[in-house]
Design a protein around this ligand. Structure first.
Ligand SMILES: Cc1cc2nc3c(=O)[nH]c(=O)nc-3n(C[C@H](O)[C@H](O)[C@H](O)COP(=O)(O)OP(=O)(O)OC[C@H]3O[C@@H](n4cnc5c(N)ncnc54)[C@H](O)[C@@H]3O)c2cc1C
Length: 358
């Protein structure tokens, strides 16, 4: 694979950009792989990448029913943070956040990581207590966060209204090394690196069944035929329950639609990420100038990649009271993604009798 660099760009500019090769190949599936990963989102591709990079396992296929990065990876609000209370959550999210610090260099692909800082507003006494507790827990976990005053909030985000009509801003949990990244570039960067290691990324290939024998996974049935494998990874976000069902076990997760929307682009007016959980809405400004807005999850199970109307209304109302300056902005796009939620609201690890890795 040709490395991306300023010299490569200059060289290609002189020969009409004829020398670039495709970032990843689109092969037909082989009959058998050492490992098959279902789902070519950021997590599936990263799983494959670290299997190859850290464990030398390269005879790997990543199967995707749509196009790579077309699931939640291309639908999220791009926020990167690790300011969680529970030790297990903080540890895994801080590991993930720290990978972003050097991801562009590691993958030789610009994922546009922007550690601009993430703040979570405290708008009730309960939130003040909760976020102060989280800041203390984070200090013990080695995660750098602090509880900041309303004045500091205002100085970091001049467009915010700290005297909101329903809930004033009473402070915030601030993580200065949190931020954003270009979400689909993360998928593209991992895909390019996986393909370069010889792995097969097979798009438009839906897994329709999982073959097992004596508690051992033998392979998968797909829309492109049968594929054998020794190990299987199910990395399909909101479809985890569906795929686990094919493998013959139930997962304690439920699928719900989570939604987001984006405004027309405007001049730079906010260079941090703000999350307002009490009124419920969060917002950042993309490099193109659009205000990227995240809303709530539907309160019922569904697999639609749209959000419901009442949520978008609540989200926009919450953000207009927090940022009155955006009240006349036009919204350009609105979409949803399917997330798998656990009842305990954080991740769990468990060994299963089925010989399968997740
Ligand atoms: C609106 C929204 C906003 C969000 N905002 C944030 C945020 O700001 N910060 C953050 O950290 N997280 C956010 N998230 C969560 C984040 O997007 C997800 O955790 C992450 O993208 C999941 O990546 P993934 O690779 O696990 O799943 P996905 O990207 O969804 O990839 C799973 C893939 O599996 C494929 N698949 C499913 N079934 C099959 C099958 N049978 N056969 C083959 N392929 C299959 C799908 O097509 C999909 O491409 C948000 C999510 C949404 C929906």
């Amino acid at each position: 694979m040709k490395r991306y660099s300023v010299f490569a760009v200059a060289r290609e500019a002189l020969r009409y950009h004829q020398g670039w090769s495709r970032a990843w190949k689109s092969p037909e599936p082989k009959k058998k792989y050492d490992a098959v990963i279902i789902g070519a989102g950021g997590h599936g591709l990263a799983t494959a990448y670290y299997l190859g990079k850290n464990h030398g396992l390269k005879n790997v296929a990543i199967l995707e029913k749509g196009w790579l990065g077309g699931g939640n990876t291309g639908r999220n609000t791009t926020i990167i943070r690790s300011n969680y209370l529970q030790d297990a959550s903080a540890a895994i999210y801080e590991k993930a956040r720290s990978l972003y610090e050097t991801m562009s260099q590691d993958l030789n692909y610009n994922v546009m990581f922007s550690p601009r800082g993430v703040m979570m507003l405290a708008q009730t006494q309960h939130e003040i207590r909760g976020y102060k507790r989280t800041a203390q827990a984070n200090a013990l976990q080695g995660v750098s966060t602090e509880f900041i005053s309303p004045e500091k909030v205002k100085s970091l985000v001049p467009i915010i209204n700290i005297d909101g009509p329903r809930y004033p801003v009473l402070g915030a949990l601030w993580q200065s090394r949190g931020g954003t990244a270009r979400h689909d570039a993360v998928a593209w960067g991992y895909a390019r690196a996986c393909s370069d290691m010889g792995m097969d990324i097979i798009q438009q290939c839906e897994v329709t069944g999982i073959r097992r024998e004596n508690g051992q996974v033998q392979g998968v049935e797909t829309s492109k035929g049968s594929i054998d494998c020794q190990k299987l990874g199910i990395v399909v976000a909101g479809h985890t329950g569906v795929l686990a069902d094919m493998a013959g076990f139930r997962m304690p997760v439920e699928a719900v639609a989570l939604q987001a929307l984006v405004s027309e682009p405007i001049k730079p007016c906010m260079d941090v990420v703000v999350m307002a959980n009490t009124v419920h809405g969060y917002m950042s400004q993309s490099d193109k100038g659009e205000m990227v807005i995240g809303g709530g999850a539907d309160g019922f199970n569904n697999y639609t990649q749209r959000g419901s109307f009442h949520h978008v209304e609540e989200t926009v109302r919450a953000l207009i009271e927090t940022f009155p300056i955006i009240s006349r902005l036009k919204m350009l796009r609105w979409w949803g993604g399917i997330v798998d939620m656990t009842a305990i609201d954080h991740q769990f690890f468990q060994k299963h009798q089925l010989e399968i890795f997740l």
